[in-house]
Design a protein around this ligand. Structure first.
Ligand code: AMP
Length: 539
């Protein structure tokens, strides 16, 4: 990808620039709905619809640096509104469609979002919290025909009235672009802000790591609520004029393999939990498929266990390349990739210009084969620029020119990095980072719950599962009904992914003398391990 005339605008590069390069009639994405209807959108269509959406926002009074969120399941409107907002230099945040009321309120409130694009089915969640969001002026709904009020507007009505005559202003590389919220182990989720410059690295890695060229058909299964879904489900491939498959349905082994075969997918990017689910199916299910067009499979989000790589070699005849990155890095940093030996179980090696380091808690650089904090020398092109409204959290993660990722790892003598875990209590379940604090807070809202402590425990399928320790108020007793009530509550307030897989009733939740929940102790108890130093536990 070339930056032409200093135009860094992601929306422009992913659509208009591809048309200018002669790819206007090429399919930018084939949309396959959950009930298998197929619609092709060319780069001309992507450019036209995103420009029209930019015009819609402009007419509604959106301007530079205003924030718009999408709160949608996978849908064509997701792509038009994302690129349209970026064309107008409006910052676009993407939200998982399974978020509950608290999760939405935290994010929309912190960002002071001016607008949100959503579906009728999710409207209730937003209207329930709307009066706590004074900045939220417009709710644009993709599946209503008419405007409901002056604030709840029909996407199609707005779009049919808008002209598509819009050209993105010349956008400087450090202009804010994409916003993703990420969960920490304490406090509210943090808004990771990126800038248009990130496209340099997303495009580079789509080419150098994912090996994409204009001839490819690429399928990235990630939801657009997650950084993978924007960096590699939108920006990287379209910056290179690559045709993508976007599928609106969920996991289904047979359907996925039908899709890989029928759509002649050449490069596939997925995640370990999904791959492990495929691995658990009866091997006969995969007989008779012709996946000869498939060149590469990549994985991201959680540790990729070697068994999955072995399975893919046997069933598909392909390697799976593990890649490592996170919301803050904006793009792939450490990776196995075509042309290099795969060291199964390792995240791979680094890319030229990216400088990881293993550093101990005293700030000393560690040599090979020593476990420590995985850090990155600051300054790579897709590095986040701040946590929105939380510069101190950003500053606390950068020391001596290194960004502390929150992961721990080891580098071996050949330069391969091995993931060891998190240095905080954040839970990674099926690739989703869950804050134990958010789940604990949701649990405490249940009338029967007096105390709660939440940990991530190893799980064969999900990598980690959410386990909640709950102490009930004296007058209540545990029952199946209460369990259902608690689960439903966490799902409605936080998200369905954050709902505890296991709830354990305890007499008390261990806390230190300043009242901090000792998750380390809970985890050790759960795993039957030594509880370590418990001298600071409250009496
Ligand atoms: P997120 O910011 O939600 O994309 O989550 C990023 C985190 O997911 C990383 O900091 C890791 O803890 C984990 N992660 C991502 N990719 C990998 C990988 N290939 N191996 C192990 N953990 C990973």
């Amino acid at each position: 990808m070339n930056i032409i005339n200093n135009q860094y605008n992601i929306g422009h590069i992913c659509s208009r620039q591809q048309c200018d390069n002669g790819l206007g009639d090429k399919v930018a994405f084939r949309w396959i709905s959950a009930n298998a209807e197929r619609t092709d959108y060319t780069f001309f269509a992507l450019d036209r619809e995103s420009s029209r959406f930019a015009k819609v926002l402009q007419t509604l009074g959106f301007a530079d640096s205003d924030i718009l969120f999408t709160f949608l399941p996978k849908a064509p409107e997701q792509f038009f509104s994302f690129l349209g907002a970026l064309k107008l230099q409006v910052v676009c945040g993407t939200l998982f469609s399974n978020f509950g009321d608290d999760a939405l309120l935290d994010r929309l409130g912190d960002a002071k979002a001016k607008g949100i694009v959503t579906k009728k089915g999710f409207l209730k969640k937003i209207t329930r919290i709307k009066d706590q969001l004074p900045s939220l002026k417009y709710i644009i709904v993709t599946d209503i025909e008419e405007h409901q009020t002056t604030e709840i507007l029909s996407y199609s009505r707005l779009m049919c009235k808008a002209s598509d005559d819009f050209t993105a202003p010349l956008t400087a590389p450090d202009t804010p672009s994409v916003l993703h919220y990420t969960s920490g182990s304490t406090g509210k989720p943090k808004g990771v802000l990126h800038v248009h410059r990130s496209i340099l690295h997303q495009s580079r890695t789509a080419s150098e790591v994912l090996n994409l060229t204009e001839k490819d058909i690429f399928w990235c299964t990630a939801d657009q609520g997650w950084v993978t879904g924007t960096s590699y489900g939108i920006i990287g491939p379209w910056s290179l004029g690559v045709t993508q498959i976007h599928y609106g349905g969920g996991y289904d082994a047979r359907l996925w393999f039908d899709l890989l075969q029928k759509e002649e997918v050449t490069v596939w990017y997925s995640a370990p939990t999904a791959l492990r689910m495929l691995m658990r199916e009866d091997a006969d299910l995969y007989k008779g498929y012709d996946l000869s067009k498939l060149r590469h499979i990549f994985s991201v989000g959680e540790p990729l266990n070697p068994e999955v790589i072995t399975w893919a070699r046997a069933i598909v005849g392909k390697d799976i390349y593990d890649t490592w990155f996170q919301t803050e890095t904006g793009g792939i940093m450490i990776t196995n990739r075509p042309g290099l030996e795969i060291r199964a179980g390792s995240m791979g090696t680094t890319l030229a210009g990216i400088e990881p380091a293993i550093i101990d808690d005293n700030g000393e650089l560690l040599g090979n084969n020593h476990q420590g904090n995985l850090c990155l020398k600051i300054g790579w092109p897709s590095m986040f620029v701040t946590y929105l409204n939380n510069k101190s959290a950003y500053d606390s993660k950068i020391k001596n020119g290194y960004y502390y990722t929150g992961d721990t790892a080891v580098r071996d003598d050949d330069g391969f990095y091995w993931f060891k875990g998190r240095s905080d209590d954040v839970i990674n379940t099926a690739g989703h980072l869950i804050s134990p604090f958010e789940v604990e807070s949701a649990l405490l809202e249940v009338e029967e719950v007096a105390e709660s402590g939440v940990i991530g425990a190893p799980d064969e399928l999900l990598y980690e599962k959410v386990v909640a320790f709950v102490h009930l108020h004296k007058q209540f007793t545990w029952s199946k009904e209460l369990e259902v009530k608690i689960r439903l509550h966490v799902s409605n307030r936080a998200s369905s992914i954050a709902t505890p897989q296991e709830i354990i009733i305890v007499e008390s939740v261990p806390k230190n003398k300043s009242g901090k929940i000792m998750r380390r102790v809970l985890k050790a108890r759960y795993l039957g391990l030594d509880e370590g130093d418990i001298s600071t536990l409250e009496d």
